[in-house]
Write a protein that binds this ligand. Structure first.
Ligand code: MG
Length: 452
């Protein structure tokens, strides 16, 4: 019995080998005449595609629009074939560069570019301790670069490899802001005139209402740093319902309105404020609590039916599991260059399909155009897509990155070429060196730090 199984296995392997060296030779082999030339040794799992190995992995660091951006470039043994992925962690960019150029390169060189899932898991556990930013950013960049390469090898845009299009393009929201509710409404109207159907509304930056009104007490007292920002929580909490009211009155019902609390207030204050927004029908309210306050979602859900988005600060896909299973939020905010790339993002998106949780990938200025393209390829391919955050790429950005996703009538379109569709000009990128300074210090009047 065992011999019979071994014989069958051998026959199948020989037949595959012969098929892989050409149909004519394969047919001859089938007819009983063994080919004289020895078939090239190709691993059976490649199913006829010759293996391509990783030659080098390196970080490209650039800041054309002031935010530090990190791109992973994976070069292969096939001349001219390389992949790009976004590994941006703007606040600790230099640490990510080190992780990529040392550990990631060492781990990857000589490995087969085709086995993305295997490589993802291998790298995920290769540092033993996991879940942290920096290494996760490096992993995100590698993962996207491997999908880029796979697309190029398959001669298809990446969304095709993820299942193909579920929609013709990606609906996006724009960012409207202003110093007064009326100025915010004007900004919303401009975006509506450009075709946007979804607009996020913020007054004076994240929770920054009141900053310009007077010198805060902690600054008078000489406490904290020169560039520390001031947030007056009470003024902020009162202002948001006013912005929603004004924008609804001036811009009507044909626009979906979003707002980001950015975790900056006490959980019960956030809940009370969100309840006040109900008459203005928000599309979603984002980041009501910091990740340290997850248990407050139960209270929030019992208090209001306003849709909630959360997740950009999560480092690990496991952080999404229980909130999604418990349906604590309606939209998942994945930062593609933080969560580990396309591979884990697709898993979280699919999980959402079972629990009526939709996608709303994080798309700020500190994601490179490669990362924005990765967002858009997933957006095109997942059924439970919700909305996509969009940015405008500056001229400088487009001199560094070619093939950037484009916007038309509030929809994002990807560059329809094989892979992710975005390339980088390394000479141009080098003109904009990254920095090491980041300031997320926001304080209350008495100087107490607020978690951003
Ligand atoms: Mg946010």
């Amino acid at each position: 019995m065992e011999n019979e199984q071994q014989k069958n296995k051998f026959d199948r392997r020989e037949a595959l080998k012969m098929l892989s060296i050409g149909s004519g030779a394969g047919l001859m082999g089938m007819l009983g005449s063994m080919p004289s030339a020895k078939a090239t040794e190709i691993p059976a799992y490649t199913k006829g595609m010759a293996p391509v190995k990783i030659k080098s992995v390196k970080a490209i660091a650039t800041a054309p629009s002031s935010s530090n951006l990190i791109v992973v470039k994976v070069e292969t043994t096939e001349p001219g074939l390389y992949g790009l992925g976004c590994a941006t962690f703007t606040q600790r960019a230099v640490a990510v560069v080190t992780a990529i150029n040392s550990y990631l390169n060492d781990f990857c060189v000589g490995k087969d570019v085709d086995n993305i899932e295997d490589m993802w898991h291998g790298l995920y556990v290769s540092s033993y301790w996991r879940n942290g930013p920096v290494l996760n950013n490096a992993l995100s960049g590698l993962d996207q670069a491997l999908w880029d390469i796979k697309g190029k090898r398959a001669n298809m845009p990446v969304y095709q490899l993820l299942g193909g299009k579920v929609r013709f393009a990606v609906p996006c929201y724009a960012h409207a802001s202003g110093n007064t509710p009326e100025a915010v409404a004007e900004s919303v109207q401009k975006f509506m005139d450009e075709g946007y159907k979804y607009v996020r509304i913020q007054q004076g930056g994240y929770g920054a209402v009141g900053v310009n009104q007077k010198k805060p007490d902690f600054k008078e007292a000489g406490f904290g740093g020169e560039t520390d920002a001031y947030m007056d929580e009470r003024t902020y909490l009162r202002s948001v319902p006013k912005i929603f009211k004004t924008v609804r009155e001036r811009c009507g019902d044909d626009v979906e309105l979003l707002h980001d609390i950015h975790e900056r207030v006490q959980p019960m204050d956030a809940i009370n404020m969100i309840k006040q927004l109900e008459p203005y029908r928000p599309f979603f309210i984002e980041d009501p609590f910091s990740p340290e306050n997850m248990e407050w979602f139960k209270q929030l859900r019992a208090s209001t039916s306003v849709p909630i988005a959360m997740g950009e600060l999560f480092n690990n896909i496991n952080e999404f599991k229980m909130p999604m299973v418990n349906q604590w939020f309606d939209y998942i905010r994945i930062h593609i260059s933080q969560i580990g790339g396309i591979t884990p993002a697709m898993k979280v998106a699919r999980l959402g399909e079972w629990f009526n949780v939709k996608t709303a990938w994080h798309g700020p200025g500190d994601v490179s155009p490669v990362g924005h393209a990765a967002n858009a390829h997933i957006d095109l391919a997942v059924w439970n897509f919700g909305i996509q955050e969009s940015v405008r790429f500056s001229e400088k950005m487009q001199e560094v990155f070619s093939g950037c996703p484009t916007m038309k009538n509030g929809y994002m379109y990807v560059n329809e070429v094989p892979g992710l569709g975005v390339d980088i000009n390394e000479k141009e990128a080098a003109k904009y060196p990254i920095g090491t300074k980041s300031n997320w210090q926001v304080r209350k009047a008495d100087g107490t730090l607020i978690r951003p």
